[in-house]
Design a protein around this ligand. Structure first.
Ligand code: ADP
Ligand code: MG
Length: 831
């Protein structure tokens, strides 16, 4: 069985390609210049397209035709306008050029049809799919994604040939050119798993370069050039000063690297256009001061990941440092001192991700081959085996041993033989008489995936069962599976609160692939041929958050026009949802009342970010914060008040940034603002959610007391049992933080209390007197008649009649329940 073998680190600043096969690792070098890494840069020069370092070198000379850092815009609708070809190019296309160039590094003449490509663990579904599409545009028939921290740790574990006696936890701290990622990993002798990850897609070495320009170079240059707002002018498209900006960017990066080796450096600025030749001296101390807030930010992320997983620093054995920016001594020092965990700098920080991708690829079984090449015997019998499982197979997928156990049991007693062979022919059991339990130690080839075939024969030596699906990876570390970076949710109607809300289908950090069937009911009737619609919106984000704080990754609209019969309110809607390892999303919807099925597959590759929509969202949330602030202010809870204020100020700050942003802005600003906006709304959400939750818990406790009171007066065994059923597992549902669960418990308690009350008809005496005093019956005459009847029933102690009178009086009153503002068109149709 073929393995993928090729791994690619498609980095923001640098990319790399490596291969791992049969125990051998090779990092390919650029045939020009023999460097391992390729700058992720593309330049358009008329009919010529340059990729890599030669493209980046043109940045200063021809900034309008050279593009870098496009990874930051993967999954967005942003385009880069290339002047020399008078065309817009997408981040996906630019990435595809880099991938194609990397293919040229392969000197072995092999053709590449598939590869593993790494992505930051913070990449959402849209960004992941965009990466896959880039791979396909570069000519790969199949692309497998791998999260960068996993790749880095595979490189680390395999390089150091680790022998671990017990389970360890590590942090992977990846500070690259454009992104920061930190992941928590668990590793034992056989495999590793990512437990959690945090990160910022807009924090990296290039932000450090920009800080040098902003804080050190611009203040020096403004008086010399007799300019103000130089920084703004640098970013204006078509401003002649842009050329100077790219020169400074180059110098700043050089200086930064120098400062990783020396205590001081000189930044020479040559700007012949204005006849300016000057220099700025920078010491390491100055530089460290500049850096401090960025580094602190990365440390906070690292602390957050420890907190979220209830870990102390002593629970983590080491921090593995990867990414070019970890070459900065101050970064290493601060991380180690602040987190009080030993750092490990033993892997090459710029190659680790690519090398790890290759290790993964070397054990990843190609899915391409199965589709392309048909092997009649093995595929047909394997298919049969799936339908009628004859054997129960057990084996270790990863091992460091030279031989491994393959064990199987037969589901029904069978007479005959079995045979196990290794795919390369180097191992063969020959025909062996079957027993009900078989244990065989098989020999393994070192440092690679060993694929075995198991065949079961009857006594006439006809094949009853055959499988090629026994893959044992020898020698190298591997991973069990990749994790979902965020909750995947369904937007549904919350009828009680007249809003839509999210319900998590799959939770963050569960292992892909995933599949689930869920049942919902229709919250509105949709008539056949009408314009009403059912909306199925799959959202990636925090399952407890506001729908607007998440990201829509799959959307299906079913209108009345598509229905063959009416969709009746209250009927079942069955949804089958699955997410593949490469994050393709499939949704099947079955409408019971229409007996109709709809399916869709999603591979969203772009998101559109509208400034005006963002402004609107910020406005709505700041208004909400204004309202929320009144309560802590009144209660003199200054700590909470301050939290609200901080979020509000930060949102207003974003709003100002948005208004200053030109429509034509081509920088990352909009996406950065969107990122921050979502994170602030989530923070606000968390603060208020707890408050609501506290109220709900309070109400739940009051309801429990009320039912206990009713039970003590009534003594019903039946209702006591019902009550005990509701409050069983009380601790766990209170601690779940799920307000919907708690509310459903409150509702169940209300129903019990109501049932206890109505079971004793004499309880209706009180309500009867209440209704007797009312004078707002629309039909007072009928009410008077009923009241007279009630008086008589009371006199004769006919409480059953009294109960009926109370019900009738109640039904005569005008409906004063507030009309809900939850219009049908605002509903998704699912509840
Ligand atoms: P990415 O994964 O984002 O492509 P890398 O991990 O290759 O990025 O890191 C690139 C970043 O590392 C760049 O911002 C570069 O300036 C920075 N860098 C590389 N070498 C050094 C060094 N010696 N000192 C400081 N920064 C460095
Ligand atoms: Mg990287």
């Amino acid at each position: 069985m073929k393995t993928v073998n090729f791994g690619i680190d498609l980095g923001t600043t640098n990319s790399l390609i490596a291969k791992y096969e049969n125990g051998l690792l090779e990092v390919f070098k650029n045939p020009i210049g023999q460097k391992q890494t390729l700058a992720s840069a593309v330049a358009f020069r008329g009919s010529r397209i340059l990729v890599g370092d030669k493209a980046r070198d043109l940045l200063e000379k021809d900034p309008l035709n050279v593009f870098t850092c496009f990874k930051r815009k993967m999954g967005t609708t942003d385009r880069y306008f290339a002047k020399s070809i008078n065309k817009d190019v997408s981040p996906i296309e630019l990435s595809a050029y880099v991938l194609k160039e990397l293919k040229n590094f392969i000197h072995t003449g092999e053709e590449l049809h598939e590869a593993v490509i790494t992505i930051p663990s913070s990449f959402d579904t849209i960004q992941s799919n965009a990466t896959k599409t880039a791979g396909q545009q570069a000519g790969f028939k199949e692309v497998y994604l791998l999260q960068e921290p996993i790749a880095a740790s595979l490189a680390f574990a395999n390089k150091n040939n680790l022998e671990l006696s017990d389970t360890k936890k590590w942090l992977i701290y990846d500070f690259g050119g454009g992104t920061f990622d930190v992941a928590l990993l668990e590793i034992n002798q056989r495999e590793m798993n990512v437990l959690d990850n945090e990160g910022d897609n807009f924090l990296g070495g290039m932000d450090i370069d920009n800080l040098i320009i902003e804080k050190l170079l611009v203040p020096k240059l403004e008086p010399i050039l007799n300019e103000t707002k130089l920084l703004d002018k640098f970013k204006e498209p078509n401003n002649p000063l842009q050329k100077l900006y790219f020169e400074l960017l180059f110098r700043a990066e050089e200086a930064k690297k120098e400062l990783s080796r020396f205590e001081t450096t000189e930044i020479d600025i040559d700007y012949p256009d204005k006849d300016i030749y000057t220099s700025v001296e920078v010491s390491r101390a100055d530089f460290n001061n500049l850096l401090a807030p960025l580094v602190e930010h990365t440390i906070n992320f690292s602390k957050k990941i420890l907190n979220n997983n209830n870990l102390a620093n002593t629970d983590v054995e080491k921090i593995i440092m990867v990414g070019g920016s970890t070459l900065i001594p101050y970064v290493r020092e601060q991380v180690q001192n602040n987190l009080k965990i030993a750092i490990d700098t033993s892997v090459d920080p710029t190659a680790a991700v690519g090398i790890g991708a290759a290790y993964y690829a070397g054990t990843k079984i190609s899915t391409l081959k199965q589709e392309k090449i048909s092997q009649p015997t093995s595929t047909t019998t394997a298919a049969t085996s799936e339908k009628q499982p004859l054997v129960n197979l057990i084996f270790e997928k990863n091992t460091k041993d030279a031989e491994e156990l393959i064990a199987f049991t037969l589901h029904k007693p069978t007479q005959g033989f079995y045979r196990i062979t290794r795919k390369d022919g180097g191992y063969d059991t020959g025909l062996v008489t079957l027993e009900n339990n078989v244990n065989v130690f098989v020999d393994l080839l070192e440092g690679q995936v060993n694929t075995f075939n198991l065949k079961i024969y009857n006594t006439q030596q006809e094949v009853l069962f055959s499988t090629d699906d026994i893959h044992i990876n020898q020698g190298k570390y591997n991973i069990q599976g990749q994790l979902l970076p965020n909750d995947i949710c369904l937007e549904i109607d919350d009828i009680q609160y007249s809003v839509t809300r999210l319900e998590a289908i799959f939770n963050k950090n569960t292992v892909l692939p995933l599949k689930k069937t869920i049942y919902k009911s229709a919250s509105k009737t949709i008539l056949k041929d009408s314009d009403e619609k059912l909306q199925i919106n799959i959202v990636e984000g925090d399952g407890n958050g506001l729908p607007s704080s998440g990201l829509s990754i799959g959307y299906i609209e079913i209108t009345g026009k598509q229905l063959e019969q009416d969709l009746i309110k209250g009927t079942d809607i069955e949804l089958n949802i699955s997410v593949s390892e490469s994050r393709d999303i499939d949704v099947d919807i079955f409408l019971t009342s229409c007996d109709q099925e709809f399916s869709n597959s999603f591979k969203p590759t772009e998101r559109y970010i509208s400034s005006s929509k963002m402004e609107n969202e910020i406005r709505v949330v700041t208004q909400k914060i204004e309202q929320e602030k009144a309560k802590p202010e009144y209660a003199e809870n200054y700590e909470l008040l301050q939290k609200f204020k901080t979020i509000e100020h930060a949102l207003i700050e974003l709003q100002i940034q948005l208004t200053l942003l030109a429509d034509t802005d081509v920088t990352d600003a909009k996406f950065k603002i969107d990122n921050e906006k979502r994170s602030l709304i989530q923070q606000f959400d968390l603060l208020t959610r707890h408050k609501e939750l506290d109220n709900d818990i309070e109400e739940y406790k009051t309801s429990v007391l009320a039912v206990k009171q009713s039970l003590s007066e009534n003594n019903s065994e039946y209702y006591t049992a019902q009550f005990n059923k509701v409050i069983a597992n009380e601790k766990s549902f209170i601690n779940s933080g799920n307000k919907y669960l708690i509310r459903s418990k409150i509702e169940e308690l209300r129903v019990i209390r109501n049932a206890i009350f109505t079971a004793d008809e004499s309880n209706f005496i009180g309500p009867f007197f209440h209704y007797k005093t009312l004078d707002n019956y629309p039909d007072q005459q009928k009410a008077n008649m009923l009241i007279a009847e009630g008086d008589k029933a009371l006199e004769n102690k006919q409480y059953k009649v009294l109960k009926q009178v109370v019900y009738q009086l109640a039904s005569m009153l005008p409906d004063d329940t507030p009309k809900t503002s939850f219009n049908n068109q605002d509903k998704t149709g699912l509840s």
